[in-house]
Design a protein around this ligand. Structure first.
Ligand SMILES: [Zn+2]
Length: 306
């Protein structure tokens, strides 16, 4: 079961045990960084629950149609713009309430549950409180804390974490545990990104530079700072990639509240937020005709002066 999901052994174990012991919850929240396989796992679970072979074989008619998104007993809802529309949630609720057409389970998948506004969430609560027989609702979210607490209290939470990604890198790419941990962190736990980093020499250089900046920017001598800006700013696309990495690392560290260690001195969360905003502006600027090297130098100076 769940063989097509990479890593995520602990969530696989929990879900496999639930399936084998008829202990499937009526509602789950799969939470964790972007790209770690939350939606893939939700679809796989829908397959396991409706598979003709009862194992999510991937080849029976039910499994195939679920993968293609055309199975009548599985429905997926995703945000349209900044929020999930209440109409979509009502439709999903009606869908769940109907008895199944041909599957054993009705499965509703709601992507990006942090985009459920109060009205839509309240509507959903009714279904979460009195779930119909043989129905499962799977919500996914990058940030569990942004999901309304009334929802959280009615779902089983399953965490999708970077540690799983690190383990995959150790097992399949023969990285040391340390290297894998660092790589997984840089990528906010996204396996796709981790593999991309692992495979590209150019990105390795950028990762090293971004790490150096985050760890000791304010302690660098001016010529060292210019050297870093030269390396990462020699070309526009590379500079943008560097800025993306930098903001990924900053976000990851902010989530863990490690502000004190950034850039080699003490920064507040507000200052870090300002740096992140500035990085976003620079990315736009570089998409125009901005000079990448000067832009990066400017960013460094601005951070040091904060
Ligand atoms: Zn199947």
């Amino acid at each position: 079961m769940f063989e097509r999901v990479v890593g995520q052994e602990s969530s696989k174990r929990i879900l496999t045990a639930a399936v084998e012991n008829d202990g499937i919850s009526h509602a789950y929240l799969f939470h964790g960084p972007k790209g770690v396989g939350k939606t893939t796992m939700a679809v796989e679970l829908a397959m396991v629950l409706n598979c003709e072979e009862r194992n999510g074989c991937g080849v029976c008619s039910s499994c195939r149609r679920i993968k293609e998104g055309i199975f009548p007993d599985v429905k997926m809802v995703a945000p349209d713009g900044p929020s999930i529309k209440i109409g979509e949630i009502r439709e999903l609720q009606n869908f769940i309430a109907m008895s199944s057409f041909e599957g054993r389970f009705k499965v509703g998948i709601i992507q990006d549950a942090e985009k459920l506004r109060e009205e839509a969430a309240n509507s959903l609560l009714k279904t979460l409180e009195e779930p119909p027989e043989d129905s499962v609702i799977i919500l996914t979210a990058q940030n569990q804390y942004a999901v309304l607490p009334t929802i959280i209290s009615r779902v089983q939470m399953i965490r999708f974490g970077p540690r799983e990604i690190a383990r995959y890198l150790v097992d399949h790419k023969s990285l040391s545990a340390d290297q894998a941990d660092r790589l997984a962190q840089y990528c906010g736990g996204s396996l796709g990104k981790a593999l991309e980093l692992y495979e590209s020499e150019e990105t390795k250089v950028l990762v090293e530079a971004a790490t150096r900046v985050v760890e000791e920017l304010t302690k660098l001598k001016p010529h060292e700072m210019i050297e870093v800006a030269n390396t990462v700013g020699s070309e526009r696309r590379q500079a943008v990639r560097f800025l993306e990495l930098l903001s990924d690392i900053l976000r990851e560290k902010s989530l863990k509240q490690e502000f004190g260690l950034l850039f080699g001195k003490q920064y507040s969360i507000t200052q870090i937020a300002a740096v992140l905003d500035h990085i976003e502006e620079l990315k736009l600027y570089l998409n125009g005709y901005g000079n990448p090297q000067l832009a990066i130098e400017g960013l460094f100076i601005r951070i040091c002066r904060m």
